[in-house]
Design a protein around this ligand. Structure first.
Ligand SMILES: Nc1ncnc2c1ncn2[C@@H]1O[C@H](COP(=O)(O)OP(=O)(O)O)[C@@H](O)[C@H]1O
Ligand SMILES: *[C@@H]1O[C@H](CO)[C@@H](O)[C@H](O)[C@H]1NC(C)=O
Length: 338
């Protein structure tokens, strides 16, 4: 297989690897959205017409694209697998933004008829917001074999497969099955869809990462303090399907428990002078965690790396635009940040 050849080349070039780590790319299979912000005085009543108070602002988004951007900023390369619409302008615009972060978008398909995924974020004057999502191409993967030959090869050769839940579960399962068959670790961010994660998918994951809300939803248990978070995470492990749970705890950092019998590990968030925008912080965290694991860092170091990266992401506006570069994370971890 070409992958074996590639691996050989990778091994031979390891001595030439820079500090930016893994030579094999992380592969992200997931969603690509245009996030469209509409400013209105309030939500219109039935039959009412309202005038927006500003032009729409359009940003690249989708948890898949956000996480690919984060992984690319941290490693210099990341392959994105996804689908955009072939007949609207959003697809190309969003991919261009991902490429500007270093994402390889050559495996992103253009759907012949569907539109690019869109999220309309309706910002109301009182600070509340409502969101309408158009799944579009993110939801319309080929029926029988959702992943093309190029994608299958990329997954088999990846340093890590990173998944979220904004594409059909069967696509995630197909990707994770391929990864596991090739010994590639699978990290699942459970964000993006409220329905239960299938046991089939959970059993294929090396690492499952919910935030507190998602952990509560997955277990039906409260997660409002550290002891309860630990109990809920242990309940998730007790199902016997998952090998590792990494819980994102917002300003409190994160927590990890594993089926490996190690003591639970807690990592405090890095102190942040001013939280500007937490959009994409969870995506940054999970991507950075996957990067650290792919580079062979131990669990504690991986949690620290992910937490440092996410603490940088909350200090900049936007999602994709807030993903930190490797040097910033290293500097923060070394305690030499400006
Ligand atoms: N106020 C904060 N200060 C520092 N780090 C933060 C802050 N809020 C979030 N983070 C970091 O971002 C990660 C993800 O945030 P969280 O809110 O838990 O996820 P999500 O975006 O999924 O809701 C956290 O685990 C933490 O490392
Ligand atoms: C956790 O993720 C969910 C979506 O899956 C989101 O609605 C919620 O705001 C997040 N919770 C926190 C505490 O950030």
């Amino acid at each position: 297989m070409r992958c074996a050849l590639l691996l050989l080349t990778v091994r031979m070039s390891i001595s030439r690897m820079s500090a930016t780590g893994a030579a094999r790319p992380i592969v992200v299979v997931g969603s690509i959205n245009a996030d469209i912000y509409l400013e209105v005085p309030r939500v219109p009543a039935v039959g009412e017409t309202l005038i927006a108070t500003a032009d729409p602002r359009i940003f690249p988004g989708g948890k898949g694209a956000n996480q690919a951007a984060a992984a690319a900023r941290l490693t210099g390369r990341c392959q994105m697998v996804g689908q955009v619409g072939g007949s609207d302008a959003y697809g190309e615009q969003m991919l261009e933004r991902a490429r500007a972060c270093g994402v390889d978008t050559s495996l992103v398909a253009r759907h012949p008829t569907a539109s690019t995924g869109q999220a309309y974020i309706v910002l109301q004057a009182d600070g509340d917001n409502s969101i309408i999502v158009v799944g579009g191409a993110n939801q319309l993967w080929p029926e029988d074999e959702p992943l093309g030959a190029g994608t299958r090869e990329a997954i088999a050769c990846a340093s890590c497969l990173l998944l979220q839940r904004e594409i059909p579960e069967r696509v995630n399962i197909a990707a994770a099955t391929l990864a596991r068959a090739s010994g590639v670790p699978v990290v699942l961010d459970v964000g993006g869809e409220d329905s239960a994660v299938s046991k089939e998918l959970l059993a294929l994951c090396t690492s499952v990462s919910p935030n507190e809300t998602e952990l509560a939803r997955m277990t039906g248990l409260p997660t409002d303090d550290d002891a309860r978070v630990l109990a809920a995470a242990r309940a998730l492990l007790a199902g016997g399907m998952i090998s590792e749970v990494v819980v994102k705890l917002g300003a409190r950092g994160c927590m990890r428990v594993g089926a490996d019998g190690r003591e639970p590990l807690w990592q405090a968030a890095f102190p942040v002078a001013q939280v500007v925008d937490t959009t994409g912080a969870g995506d940054c965290f999970t991507a950075a965690f996957a990067v650290a694991c792919a580079e062979g860092r131990d669990v504690g170091a991986s949690l620290r790396f992910a937490t440092a990266a996410a603490s940088l992401a909350v200090q900049t506006r936007g999602a994709m635009t807030s993903m930190p570069a490797r040097e910033m994370v290293e500097r923060l971890m070394a305690g030499t940040a400006a």
